[in-house]
Ligand binder design. Sequence first.
Ligand code: FAD
Ligand code: NAP
Length: 532
Amino acid sequence: MAETVKLDALVVGAGFAGLYMLHKLREQGLSAQVVEAGKGVGGTWYWNRYPGARCDIPSVEYSFSFSPELERDWRWSERYAPQPEILAYLEHVADRFDLNRNIQFETRVTAAQWDEAATYWHVETDRGQAYTAHYLILATGALSAPNLPDLPGLDSFTGTVLHTAKWDESVDLTGRNVALFGTGSSGIQVTPELAKRAAQLTVFQRTPNFAVPAGNHPLSDEYLAEIAPQLPGLREQARQSPLGFFATPSPGLAKEATADARAQRLEQHWAAGTTGLLLAYEDLLFDEESNSHAAEFARSKIAGQINDPETARKVTPQGYPLGSRRLCSEIGFYDALNRDNVAVVDVREEPVTQITGDAIQTSDGTYPADVIVFATGFDAVVGAINAIDIRGEGGRSLREEWADGPRAYLGLAVAGFPNLFTITGPGSPSVLSNVVLSIEQHVEWIAQCLSDLDARGVTRLEAQADAEQEWMEHSDAIAQQTLFPRANSWYHGRTRDGRRVFLPYLGGCGAYRDKCNAVAADNYAGFDLGRD
Ligand code: FAD
Ligand code: NAP
């Protein structure tokens, strides 16, 4: 058994969040270590290697802002960089800031127990390596615990099973019969690539999503030279904005515009990518009537791209507001559905009854399959945290407590679990923002907090249960003022008694940042601070 390593801080995960957290902790002179399940850095961009994977927030925004030198030296090739380029960027970050020497790869954190007497976390891994750390920081990712559906007979399938978030590049799909499950952002990105390679692609769709043209293009030297001096100002504007984007909503209410003016405005925003259409008017995520105009516009655009009326009917979203489920970004998805070798099966009309050795049987037919690709998403926001057996004060289990509804004060800390931080946890803007911007804000707040505690001789910090409850109620009240609760989506978690809990904070990145700063300035109001 390896000797227990003693640390000031242990960080779980080496994606955007874990890398920057490690850098900040070391800068502050703390002994810190990252434990990462993957063989390399990158998190999302390490695991999601499916063909077609790319970001849908422009890369000049979806990247670190903390180092002007890093920003200056890295050149993004396209408006939305493909996965290999984002992975290369994060590998560059790790090399540039010499982070790898403090990352333990291919190791999964399995359990963590709070030791009240010693004021440290005792952390266990699947490699037998144990750590004690004064602070435990979960940079485990909001979208890193993949969902595998429990389909009847899946165990008897003799072909290859892939998940987009655990892609195996060695699998050759050329000339194979491929069955794809899921038409969220990942399924929509991978479909055209599968269609190009497969003999036959069958897309098993449950809920159709709205997808807008990505509007991707190479970035010219002229554009990059022009935007470089503007970046600090644009980044600051994004920090104060609702969603953390450079672009902000165009003024006006959709329902008050004339039909002609509205059609013109929506047309202009249609091809502006995922950060475009929803910003066409300021009320699209709040007002049902306004939203219905934009949704109808999007439906007609979608149907207009598909040759077969039956396929168009199946993939045209109905019954929920535009944007209340993640708006998807597409490059050739609807075109792919027009190909002779692609078919769409709506599993709500035609449920899967059995998977056999080499086929998918539904209530209406049999579809041969050599490869099943699951683009079936994630146990979002809480899945990777719940996978660790975390025991706080008096042995209380975080997983057990979150089964009654995930909760965290400011999305950053949980009552009963001292000296533990969650980066992009429930109740923070996280997945409903430019996530890199939100990660930077969390990392910087945590780093400042640890420095303040040290300066004040504080060794123990714990969120107060009242403050936590108030924050989650506030977060929920804001969500209820929007159209998000009108849809079933992964933005909602479920309690053990089936109640829905809206997970991200919708009060806006700027307002959220101000609140976190105010809490810190008010001697960490809402936290109990303890000294040895
Ligand atoms: P992650 O990148 O998920 O990293 C978490 C790491 O923790 C993983 O490497 C995982 O292996 C590790 N880990 C988890 N549990 C353990 C454990 N118990 N022990 C050891 N290691 C563990 N967001 C946007 O804002 N814009 C986009 O365009 C965008 N595109 C996306 C595309 C895809 C395909 C996906 C899946 C997500 C996308 N996201 C996007 C969200 C994306 O997850 C975040 O932007 C960001 O990359 C998250 O970084 P992170 O460091 O918080 O988590
Ligand atoms: P997702 O949005 O949760 O989509 C999962 C899909 O699988 C849904 O269509 C879901 O249907 C379907 N599904 C689940 N179980 C099924 C079953 N048993 N049978 C048939 N279909 C089933 O997951 P994702 O596409 O991986 O995306 C998750 C998030 O990651 C995105 O919302 C986004 O935030 C991020 N992401 C971003 C990009 C990008 O463009 N940059 C790309 C990929 C991912 P239901 O909807 O009916 O549940």
